[in-house]
Design a protein around this ligand. Structure first.
Ligand code: PA5
Length: 430
């Protein structure tokens, strides 16, 4: 079957070429065939399954929330919020709300007392719904925030609170599941075979973004197309695997930092999602590329100097969408006191695209290898595709490093230590 190419992957500024890539063909094929047998790989096939019932019920609840609330408060951390916030910020207007959407804010992603106190004060003049998201139900940050939000909602809404708290958690187990069952809160299920950072295309990501006004059907159509196209085992016809192999080869050459760079500020939170996906999946056994991100042209005035002339440890992955909705022509000004009339035949997006070309050329001179990922348009469909693309690439990439893409033993270590300290503190303060 021939597919239209959605992500075009190109390697620039380095000595590696397609012949080097081809050497990985058999290894990639073996990993491709082994992947579905790993624990927590339900996300590989799920976009291909019939999800009509689930999407319809998410849309129903989202439209109720939009009708009855001014704000949806999402409680979650890590994989339980980063994806939703990424999609929301990438697709929603920079200022104000999307047509038909309402404000979505996040809590439980930190332990700042100032943040949560300010949030409660902010909510006081607004109608509120809460969506608490935690697969384990036992993560400290969201559990603490939910304790606060639940009491706040009970105080404000009395018996009606049951309608206003929606729980997204495991189908069978965990503290949050127990709380939701006992209180009679409505629930969405995080599939048992999907881990946190691979869960954005489940109710974890879909409910919050539907409330914000994102077209979740278009998002899932893009993901479904990716799941079909990227099911190809042949490296030569699978750009997600090409990207995984390119970054692996660069890592083997001593480049230990990958800098994901894009030119649209709305992608900043998407960067955060990407960073967690790759960081938690690959950084194990003292191996892995350090995932870092920049937004150009803003960061060219901050970190551009280092990229151009600093330690030669990083390569750049340039993420470029050819079409961005919304643009402005540079106005003609008869005074021309700033000397910029020569640009008045162009739009801002055109200048932004040229700055991308200029950046790639400058960084070529600075001997920074570049992987370029190009997509036709920044919209729900292509973002759904890209999310799946990165998840598939990440799983392949971690397997090339010979680490498990789906666990996070290092994060557990932090949680254990914090709990030990909190319990010691309790003994001391008695
Ligand atoms: O990717 C992961 O598994 C983690 O980032 C989790 O999503 C994060 O720790 C939150 O876990 P939970 O949803 O169980 O509260």
């Amino acid at each position: 079957m021939v597919f239209a190419e959605i992500v075009k992957t190109t390697l620039l500024n380095c000595s590696l070429d397609d012949n080097d890539l081809v050497q990985y063909k058999d290894r990639v094929k073996n990993i491709h065939n082994a992947l579905p047998h790993y624990h927590l790989t339900g996300w590989i096939e799920s976009p291909l399954q019939n999800q009509e019932g689930l999407l319809a019920s998410i849309e129903r609840v989202a439209s109720e929330i939009r009708a009855c609330a001014d704000v949806l408060v999402v409680v979650g951390v890590g994989g339980s919020f980063l994806g939703a916030r990424a999609i929301q910020e990438a697709l929603m207007p920079y200022f104000g709300l999307a047509k038909g959407g309402i404000e979505v804010v996040y809590v439980g992603l930190n332990m700042s007392g100032a943040y949560i106190k300010e949030l409660l004060a902010y909510l006081d003049t607004k109608q509120v719904y809460v969506n608490v998201i935690s697969k384990s139900g036992g993560t400290m940050e969201p559990a603490l925030a939910f304790r606060v939000m639940r009491l706040y909602m009970e105080e404000r809404y009395g018996e009606k609170v049951t309608e206003r708290i929606i729980v997204t958690t495991d189908a069978d187990k965990g503290i949050l599941k127990g709380i939701a069952d006992k209180a009679g809160y409505r629930q969405f299920v995080i599939p048992a075979d999907v881990g946190g950072r691979y869960s954005v295309l489940t109710p974890v990501g879909l409910l919050p973004v539907a409330v914000a006004g994102v077209d979740i059907r278009a998002l899932m159509d893009g993901a479904r197309y990716a799941a079909t196209e990227l099911a190809e085992e042949d490296l030569g016809h699978n750009d997600a695997y090409k990207y995984a192999v390119m970054r692996h080869m660069l890592y083997e050459q001593g480049y230990t930092i990958e800098l994901l760079a894009s030119f649209e500020p709305g992608l900043n939170k998407f960067h955060e999602w990407w960073k967690q996906l790759f960081g938690e999946s690959e950084g194990k056994e003292h191996k892995g590329l350090y995932p870092s991100t920049v937004n150009f042209s803003t960061d060219l005035h901050a970190i551009g100097q280092f990229i151009q002339e600093g330690s030669r440890v990083m390569f750049e992955t340039l993420l470029h969408f050819h079409e961005i909705e919304g643009d402005l022509a540079v106005p003609f000004d008869a005074r021309n006191e700033d000397g910029l009339n020569y640009l008045s035949t162009r739009t801002f997006n055109e200048i932004n695209a040229i700055s991308k070309q200029g950046t790639a050329l400058a960084h070529a001179e600075g001997q920074v290898p570049v992987i370029q990922l190009e997509l036709p348009k920044l919209d729900a469909y292509h973002l759904g595709y890209l999310i799946y693309f990165f998840m598939k690439a990440c799983a392949m990439s971690a397997c090339l490093l010979e680490v498990n893409p789906f666990d996070q033993p290092g994060v557990e270590a932090y949680k254990r230590k914090m709990l030990e300290l909190l319990k010691e503190e309790k003994v001391i303060s008695k």
